[in-house]
Design a protein around this ligand. Sequence first.
Ligand SMILES: Cc1cc2nc3c(=O)[nH]c(=O)nc-3n(C[C@H](O)[C@H](O)[C@H](O)COP(=O)(O)OP(=O)(O)OC[C@H]3O[C@@H](n4cnc5c(N)ncnc54)[C@H](O)[C@@H]3O)c2cc1C
Length: 345
Amino acid sequence: MSGEYTLQSDASLRTLNTFGIQANAGWLLTVSRAEALPAALADPRIRGLPLMCIGDGSNVLLVDDFPGVVLRQTTIGVGVIQDDRTSVCVRADAAVGWDGFVDWSLAHGFAGLENLALIPGRVGAAPIQNIGAYGTEIDEFITTVEAWERSAERLVRLAREECGFTYRDSRFKHEIDRWIVTALELRLPRQRTPHLDYPGVREELGSRVGDPSLSEVAAAIRRIRRRKLPDPAVIGNAGSFFKNPIVSSGVAGSLIASNPDLPNYAAGPPQYRKLSAAWLIEACGWRGHREGDAGVSSRHALVVVNYGSATGAQLLALARRVAGSVRARFGVELVPEPRIVGAQF
Ligand SMILES: Cc1cc2nc3c(=O)[nH]c(=O)nc-3n(C[C@H](O)[C@H](O)[C@H](O)COP(=O)(O)OP(=O)(O)OC[C@H]3O[C@@H](n4cnc5c(N)ncnc54)[C@H](O)[C@@H]3O)c2cc1C
């Protein structure tokens, strides 16, 4: 045992996932600083075991125990590492809480993160699915992801271009056993025109003369999110359970012809469109559906919820049926957003 890490065997993960599911980790490894990782990972009790990083567990569905090592980091440093007056480069450790980081950046007059207010979780998880909300994705600001490369046993700095960021996706999501993200560096502008075009944002800000401040935008986003999404502290959930499906514009065109209300958006290249997964699920009648303690939120059809003691397997079974009915009715494949631990979707 070193002062820089602790190991607990057969540890409950119930408070470490926002679904509130009971599952155990073979070992819970808590590491203070990135520099302590080599010694911690070489500990003979855990060396070579499968490893999963965890932040706040707000994007995981635990269907089974995790027999290996669940790793938490605890260092929470944040600071400016470069300032050229028009923009700053900031660095935040993986364990820093995301929403607190957003607040810190706005309080210092740095722009960019206001539309990402109130996303649960830690900084280290932000690049994993390239978090996004209200028309902003974090890869717009990331310059460097600092990570421990497990196979090579070294700390590396990955430039944004090396991270494979796309919609709710990144290289890290596909190389899940390879990287332990230890810190992020982001370039944030001091001035930015607020991005208010996402549906509902302007309405929330009300009529006014001139642009709102970035803190006002963040406050409006927080109000909208509190209204629309169930609070995981009250009802277990992991936010959107499915990504919005991206289909060819031909497929989108015929779906829209028969369902003129189906919301659809640009998806990068013009030959693709992004469809609203929430609309597809709601059209299949799932919103507010409940089976025991597993359900689909009555506030938002994209959110699978645990009303109390649902198991991961029950939630997964429900999510599979939701996806199955969307496939049967619309021919569209829904892909889950959270990491599913102990099962395949
Ligand atoms: C109510 C609610 C609303 C949400 N809204 C949004 C939203 O608007 N937009 C959005 O993008 N997401 C949203 N999410 C999902 C979630 O908040 C984000 O994905 C968040 O980044 C997860 O952070 P976390 O620390 O909880 O990660 P965890 O759930 O602990 O982990 C998520 C994944 O990242 C991996 N991981 C975590 N930390 C590290 C690390 N240091 N190194 C390597 N891998 C790591 C884990 O192994 C896992 O695969 C929402 C969730 C909830 C509950």
